[in-house]
Design a protein around this ligand. Structure first.
Ligand code: ADP
Ligand code: MG
Length: 388
């Protein structure tokens, strides 16, 4: 990815030199544990990754927004005083959605701007390049207009933009992680209250690996809706025995063991995943506070099992990776991450012998699946920031 300085140079070439130029950067994220818990009002534990999106911009005196994407080699523009027509290239719709959301929130007082952007978050692999783009754009717009918008609001505006302008009904985790994560920490987020805590994750002898299976997440959308429906069905039935529950988040493991007999088998397994996964997210937070990496790794492995057998959102490729990881002494924990049916896995691995490990993983994965594994090495990075 081009650096902020290089992006500034491109900006100047495209838009000319005069006036104050501001740069904002926001990271992608990987979810360490707490999968398919967000829409059950539960807990997630993501961290920001080293890959991000940088956007460089300058205020205009009118309400026009002019954009240049370095990576797509394209330009786009729109007028905040005209209606949204969804005719710009997809990448520009994210920035436009965020700009229009800010404009709605601030009563039409957002000024136009021109901006150049670039990023190195792999797109469409489940590392949330879209949230990185939204949050970077949000931070830039906030700074250019001197609005002083809070971090949580910037995340919420990004989510709103994705809902209202991109038509993607995403949860809040991605924008939240991109906006609020801290270096050397994971972020524990309660998806109901938005309360959050920073869990120390200073990796000395370990490293986080993101393993991109290369399998695209084809079935994910329809299966996702089925899973949501099963969770709702579970809540409906269980509320007969546990009054007042609103979501699976409200069901403890002990309550579940007591009443799960009321549920049809498939609904039972779906709900069991969510209930146990919420507990694993809580236990992971404890493990991180104690710097107990072995415990944390064990919870990651347990999460994969649960996603594979109870929630049934894994796939052959992700299971092959998991089996290889379990066989490897250098890997402390590993699980599929994201919605499933393809995409990425995340692993906590020992740094010693890492090059050998990467070679072995790739070779074994290729032998079993015929696919090339992409491996990204990362550690918990900072959330979005204004940069030089
Ligand atoms: P992801 O899982 O990576 O968030 P999405 O499909 O939600 O996948 O978002 C990917 C989209 O975000 C891309 O198609 C593109 O429109 C936009 N995007 C991400 N990174 C960049 C970038 N560096 N430059 C321009 N657009 C980007
Ligand atoms: Mg996305």
């Amino acid at each position: 990815m081009a650096t902020a300085a290089e992006t500034r140079d491109v900006f100047k070439e495209v838009f000319g030199g005069a006036g104050e130029i501001i740069a904002a950067k926001a990271p992608g994220r990987v979810n360490l544990i707490g999968e398919h818990t967000d829409y059950n009002d539960g807990f997630v534990l993501p961290m920001a990754i080293s890959h991000g999106v940088t956007i460089v911009g300058r205020l205009r005196n009118d309400r026009m927004v002019r954009l240049r994407s370095l990576d797509y080699g394209e330009s786009a523009e729109f007028d905040l005083d005209e209606r949204y027509d969804a005719r710009g290239p997809r990448w520009s719709q994210y920035v436009e959605g965020v700009a229009r959301t800010f404009d709605e929130e601030y009563n039409g007082e957002i000024r136009g701007f021109e901006a150049a952007l670039t990023g190195d978050v792999p797109q469409g692999s489940g590392l949330s390049s879209s949230a990185a783009l939204e949050v970077a754009a949000g931070l830039l717009i906030d700074e250019l207009n001197s609005l002083g918008t809070g971090r949580v609001e910037i995340a919420l505006f990004g989510q709103k933009a994705e809902h209202n302008y991109l038509g993607v009904k995403c949860g809040i985790m991605d924008q939240f992680a991109s906006c609020l994560c801290r270096k050397d920490h994971a972020l524990f987020l309660d998806c109901r209250s938005l309360e959050h805590k920073h869990a120390p994750l200073k990796l000395r002898e370990e490293v986080v690996l993101i393993l991109d299976s290369g399998k695209s997440r084809g079935l994910a959308d329809s299966k996702y809706n089925e899973r949501r429906a099963a969770c709702e069905e579970g809540v409906r039935i269980l509320s007969g025995a546990i009054p007042g529950i609103r979501a699976l988040r409200d069901v403890s493991e002990a309550q579940f063991d007591c009443y799960s007999g009321m549920l049809p088998d498939e609904v039972k397994r779906r709900c069991r995943h969510v209930v146990t996964e919420n507990q694993r997210a809580l236990d992971s937070m404890e493990a991180l506070l104690k710097e107990d990496m072995e415990r944390f790794g064990a919870l990651m492995f347990a999460s994969h099992e649960s996603l594979r057998f109870d929630y049934e959102v894994s796939c052959e490729e992700l299971d092959v990776l998991n089996e290889i990881a379990k066989d490897s002494r250098e890997i402390i924990g590993e699980r599929m991450t994201g919605a499933g049916f393809g995409g990425c896995a995340v692993a906590l691995a020992r740094r010693e012998g890492l090059e050998d490990l990467k070679a072995v993983l790739s070779e074994r994965y290729f032998k079993k699946t015929g696919r090339r594994l992409k491996i990204y090495e990362t550690s918990p990075a900072s959330g979005a920031a204004i940069v030089d």
